[in-house]
Design a protein around this ligand. Structure first.
Ligand SMILES: C[S@@+](CC[C@H](N)C(=O)[O-])C[C@H]1O[C@@H](n2cnc3c(N)ncnc32)[C@H](O)[C@@H]1O
Length: 231
């Protein structure tokens, strides 16, 4: 993507995002927090360690940042993004909760095996498909052995998600990615044990049915999904 694309939306990102998801009845905080709750469960399944180094790849204005320390014990968080303007807003909002690092979009400025977990939310649909495998290889490089990548994305099979993306100013250049394609790209980058979980089946006014979501995780109609892979 054009590096400046999110620089121009950084200041109004939060307001645009809130307007865009209004049909769901939920807030940006809801969408940010549920992902980290899921991530915390993946971490519990995969690691038995006292502290954990996590990279938030494409962290934007830092919407996920407060939820890492809320839901994951002893987290050491680094946020990386191509948008300077977004990162400086994130740093102003949460100065003590993470390190903030600008990225050239190609080579992550970290040594091999620097992180146990890489988390990325709603980033890859802003990156040309031709760059996905090389970026996943780059993420693979900075993960420790047995490290885990968790990629959250919008589901192109959900009509409400597609409508929200088609009417969102900062999604004008977005190309939604099916879970199947994303899984294949992770495999081509070297990841193993690749899994997919579909999420968010009910808007807020039907939230009493959310207790059934754990039974629906295989059903490819959730508004979002995540794919995870292991190094
Ligand atoms: C829709 S925002 C999502 C921000 C954040 N992950 C969240 O969930 O709130 C997409 C972010 O991806 C970033 N981005 C786009 N291309 C990128 C790349 N090649 N490497 C890292 N970040 C990128 C953008 O600058 C923007 O901050």
């Amino acid at each position: 993507m054009n590096k400046a694309e999110f620089d121009q939306f950084a200041k109004e990102y939060q307001a645009l995002h809130a307007t865009n998801i209004r049909a769901s009845g939920e807030t940006p905080d809801f969408f940010a927090e549920y992902k980290i709750v899921d991530l915390a469960k993946e971490i519990k399944k995969n690691f038995h360690v006292d502290s954990i180094k996590i990279l938030d790849f494409g962290s934007g204005v830092g919407n996920s940042v407060p939820y890492f320390s809320k839901h994951i014990e002893a987290v050491d968080l680094t946020c990386v993004d191509v948008s300077d303007a977004s990162l400086s807003i994130a740093q102003t909002r949460h100065p003590d909760l993470a390190k903030y690092v600008v990225f050239d979009g190609k080579t992550l400025p970290f040594a091999d095996e620097s992180f146990s977990v890489v988390f990325t939310a709603c980033v890859f649909h802003h990156i040309p498909a031709s760059e996905h495998i090389s970026l996943f290889k780059e993420i693979y490089r900075v993960l420790n052995k047995d490290g885990v990548l968790v990629v959250f994305e919008h589901n192109p099979l959900n009509p409400l998600t597609v409508r929200a993306v088609n009417t969102c100013e900062f999604d004008q250049n977005a190309v939604l990615i099916s879970a199947g394609k994303l899984k294949r790209r992770l495999a081509l980058a070297g990841f193993n044990n690749i899994q997919c979980v579909y999420r968010i089946f009910f808007p807020r006014f039907l939230k009493m049915f959310r207790v059934f979501e754990p039974l629906l995780r295989w059903l490819p109609v959730g508004a979002q999904y995540y794919v995870s892979g292991k190094k």
